[in-house]
Structures are given as C-alpha cells and as structure tokens.
Design a protein around this ligand. Sequence first.
Ligand code: CMC
Length: 437
Amino acid sequence: MSDTSHGKNATFTLTDNRDGKAYELPVMDASVGPSVIDVRKLYAETDCFTYDPGFTSTGSCESKITYIDGDAGILLYRGIPIQDLAEHSDFMEVCYLLLYGELPTGQQKGKFEKDITYHTMLHEQIANFFRGFRRDAHPMAVMCGVVGALSAFYHDSTDINDPHHRMIASYRLIAKMPTIAAWAYKYALGQPFIYPRNELSFAENFLHMMYATPCEEYKVSPVLSRAMDRILTLHADHEQNASTSTVRLAGSSGANPFACISAGIASLWGPAHGGANEAVLTMLGEIGHKDNINEYIKKAKDKDDPFRLMGFGHRVYKNMDPRANVMRDSCHEVLEELGIKDEPLLDLAMELERIALEDEYFVSRKLFPNVDFYSGIIFKAMGIPTSMFTVLFAVARTVGWVAQWNEMVEDPSQKIGRPRQLYTGYTERPYVPIDKR
Ligand code: CMC
C-alpha cells in the first residue's frame, strides 16, 4: 500500500500482487490525529476483507466527542484538556459538555443539574428486583442486571427514533446510575436503601446514598465529594474503548439504550478494562511489601506466567496516561485531607511505579501507569470497598456511553455493526449418522 497524495482527495493505492490490479482507496482526514483509509468498498471491489482482531488499526466510527493522542499523553473532551476540566470544572458540567458539545452557560448548567436531579429516584418496584439477587453477588453482576431491567420499567423512553425519548433515557441513565450503584452496595451490606436527596450535588448524593443510614445522618465531607467529582470527570469518556464499542455495537441493531448500557457495563467488568482498578488493589495486597516488588516484576515479564502488572499499559497511551497524573496528585491530596499520614499501599504503588518505569521491559514496550493504578487507593481511603471500584467507573462512564450512543443513532451513515471473519474451519462435508461415528 502506498500513500499517493496528501490533503483533500488523498488516496491510498492498494496493489493486489495476485493479479497486479491496483485499487484507489479514499483517505479521510481527522481534525487532529491520524487519517483513516476508507475501506468500505474494499470487499465489493476486491473480494477481500481487512483482518484486524482487537481493532488495533481500525477506526469503527466517526466521532466528535473525545480525542486521545496516545504518544503525547493527551486526552481532550470536546477539545478541552482533561487536566483543565479536572481542575476547573465539575462532573455535571462535563456531562453537559460531552452530551451537547459545548460548555453550558450558568443558566443551562442550572437547568441541566435540576433535570438530572429530577431523575435520580428509582421506580419503587426496582427495590423488589434487587431483592432477587444473592446478598453476596458481585455488585457489577447486580449492575448488569438492574440497568438491563430499566427498559422493563421505563417504557416511555425506549423509542430510539424519538429525540425526546433519547434525551429522557440519557438523563435517566446518568441520574439513576449512582442510586443503583449505592443500592447494590447497601443490599450487599444488608442495610436499607437510602433515597437520593435533591439538594445535594451529584457526587455528594452518591456518597450520601452509600453511607447514610435511616438512623444516622451522614455529613458529606467536601474534600471527599470534590475528590469523587474529579474521579467521575476523569472517567467520563475515553473514545472507542471496549465498553463504548460494545454500547455502539449493541445499539447499532436498534436496541434500546438501557439494554445497550447494560452491555457496556458487562464489557467494562473485565480485568483488562474497568475491572483493573479492583485488580490493582488485589495485586498490591498480594505483593504486600516493597521487598517483594522485584519478584512480581519478574512474574509480569515472564511470558509463561499469566500475571500482568495491573494498572499498567494501555492500548492507546504509549506515554503517561494524563488521567493517572491527576489521579496520583488527587491521591496525595485526599490522604492528606483525611489525615492519613502513612498509607502503605500508596508507598508500595509509588515504589512499584518507580521500579517499573526504570525497567527495560516496561520502558521498551512503553508501559506506563494508567488511570486505574491510583484510583483504587483513593477509593480505599474513602472507605469504598474493593468490589465497588469498577461500579464507580461504570457510574462515571455512563455519560460517555450515552453521548457516544446518541452520536451513533444520530449519524446518518450509521449501519448495523456486522464484522466479517477469516474462516479457517472445515469446508463443506457430509453429516455422519451417530451409529457411524
Ligand atoms: N504487565 C506486563 N506486560 C504487559 C502489560 C502489563 N500490564 N501490559 C502489556 N504488556 C506487554 C504484553 O505482554 C506485550 O508484550 P510482548 O510485546 O512482549 O508480547 C506488550 O506489553 C504489548 O501488550 P498488549 O497486550 O499487546 O497490549 P494491548 O494494547 O493489547 O493491551 C492492556 C492493553 C491495557 C489490555 C494491557 O496493557 C493490560 O492487560 N494491562 C493491565 C490491565 C489494565 O491495567 N487495564 C486497564 C486499562 S486503562 C483503563 C481502561 O481503559 O479500562
């Protein structure tokens, strides 16, 4: 393949060495970042598919929401650097930005917050639905089930062709996710469900529903709610990662948004994706002491050992994950504010990071800490149990999923997602009756 021209009307020439035929493939330019080769007509013209398991070289859609430059360690939501949003903005503003493309005016923000708050309560029958789960169920299993079941409760917002339905479903998902997450936690504890309170901010409300009980008021610490708000912002969207692509693929068939987000939650749960924050803490617990770090680094480098350094490496970032930098600073702030002088896990994590970043194996593969490396330590300091870590990721990512789902539904070029395959199984053969096998 060769790039034959640049700029407008650029094409790639693809030569088929089997018959010497050449094909001109259009190149589509990005506003920033790599261009893409448009292969949509490739199969019709060449009778060949492209082959890219894991989509390492494949753009699956056009999007205006989030941009990542993995080499430079840059993450932009609608063009705005994540560091600026983490420092100056708040999660509700970020939600508005992701959904609508612009930062809200004061009036727009006020109305948006009010509208989201209006949807935080769950249909009362959902409390009974929770009670069908085992108390020891993993909260991510409960999340998949309850969010999927929302379409059974909110029939009036499942028509994806109606923009008003789409908007209400989007608001419901963003607003109800913290309530569902907190109730999953309460159910595991055997404590009564705590209802949302409209005077609280999004992050405060979540902490209130997690920690209040009917017998005692819970005073939300401003430090913790600020830290929670920042964590939500950092996790809000990350372009076409596994769970977002799952949401888009599920939605491409016309499935309702509650079903699509439930599919996204299922994908997020895996340890290579959102499940990594839980896995980091488990790993740090296993390492136990700085003296054991080298042994675990050795395991991570051993190709015969399935162990990987959790919270390290990323498909896109080949530089420091900018979210991890903010998270590390936030981690120090939270521990200081909480008066935690010595947090052995933080010391261990920092030493592990230092040793890994000096190790040729990690350096040559450009493996840096990702967002999950430090988030677990903050969650732990906040008193959030390990099994809830990925749930928090899901609460934050819901707005990203919803924004991407809306963008897909509104895209006139949208088609059902239907990848093809390289078939290497049997060619046609006769059926053999059971007594002849
Ligand atoms: N520990 C040890 N080796 C690693 C690690 C790791 N964490 N990550 C990648 N490698 C090695 C891998 O073995 C391979 O080596 P080689 O070239 O010798 O075969 C090389 O680095 C490239 O790795 P890959 O698996 O081809 O890369 P990928 O893009 O398919 O995987 C990843 C990306 C995030 C799944 C992987 O880095 C990983 O498993 N990390 C640990 C899990 C984790 O922290 N996940 C959270 C990701 S960030 C939050 C999110 O988006 O959900």
